[in-house]
Design a binder for this molecule. Sequence first.
Ligand code: RNT
Ligand code: ZN
Length: 417
Amino acid sequence: MSTVYEAAKARYAAMGIDTEEVMRKLAGKAISMNCWQGDDVVGFDNPDGGAGNGIQTTGNYPGRARSFEELTADFLKAASMIPGKKRINLHACYAIFDEAHPWVDRDQLTYEHFVPWVDFAKKHGLGIDFNPTCFSHSMVVDGLTLSSPDEKVRRFWIDHCIATRRIAERIGQELNDQVLNNVWIPDGYKDIPADRLSPRLRLKAALDEIFAEKCPHVIDSVESKVFAIGVESYTTGSNEFYMGYAATHPGVYNLLDNGHYHPMEFVSDKIPSLLCYFDKVPLHVTRPVRWDSDHVVLFDDELREIMKEIVRNDALDKVLIGLDCFDASINRIAAWVIATRAAEKGLLFAMLQPDQQLKEAQDKGDFTRRLVLMEEAKTLPMGEVWEEYCRRQGVPGDGAWFDLVKEYERDVLLKRV
Ligand code: RNT
Ligand code: ZN
């Protein structure tokens, strides 16, 4: 134990914060790392197609993972530089096809196509989360999937979503765990719709079919969005639509992606609102720059505010933290490491706040004191606790990991041609 850590520990102890307890708590909370950061959301079921029809990545940094082997190797490299518990968030387009299990379309996917992922998760002590992939596919017709007026299009995507719930259920059984299966669709219109209601009624009916089967190992969620590039005027799966759906369908939760709201709306404020009604609040933590750009998550104000709402409301078991950022313009492994370490740091920051004193000041109406305490808590010696946490977790501290990424880039990534 370093003497700087000892000094920090004493400083926090004087404020009633036990850094040993904090590190134990932090180590027990999983962060779900999105696998799609490693390959620019391309997947394995249409590798030449790339991301499209509702999703886009920008940049062409060398070394993108192109196979299960490459993606898992890169993921493990990143994970070795990240403290704490990890899950891997998979999309259905990461199905693995081989001679025994040749290519099938997304409505035909089964658990067999994900067995290597489950073996990988078991071997490395990871949890798994899952998602139907309702984009980058020719059955996205006129930008629509589950809300399409074309019965054939809807059928295909309903069957796909049902298939993913069955896969997620089986993964949960195999890992003896609950698996989040999150439905996000790109559906919407570029220009002013002539009918805003019918697409939503079609989506509602489709969701009813999708969620009909009981899947006890699955946590179902739906993810709203305000707009996207090319879909500026109308999004079928709006916040009100899915909030209403989740509120009236027990077991279906409303996933909050902090890139999916008006820039003056904050997910940190939505979390405690949902905690009044739901026993689970799944998150996609991302960093929107002017729009839903999915920049690499950083240790910034809103990240800290989100983590504070989770920690001080004692909601570590209720809020499921998943990352949803992807950047193809920088080293992809570094992107994973920066984002996930930032999420861990955010949680640590939140756990090191003088919450009791802050709440007391608020309840007494002493808002001056509340502001003073909050401001001064920002410069407490959190960095020393972070370094100690990394050391105990057996991962490099700040300043020590990036050289390892550069080595891997030189020896592995740049050799991919
Ligand atoms: C898109 C949504 C969605 C996707 C992933 C790949 O705007 O945020 O969650 O980013 O499913
Ligand atoms: Zn998202």
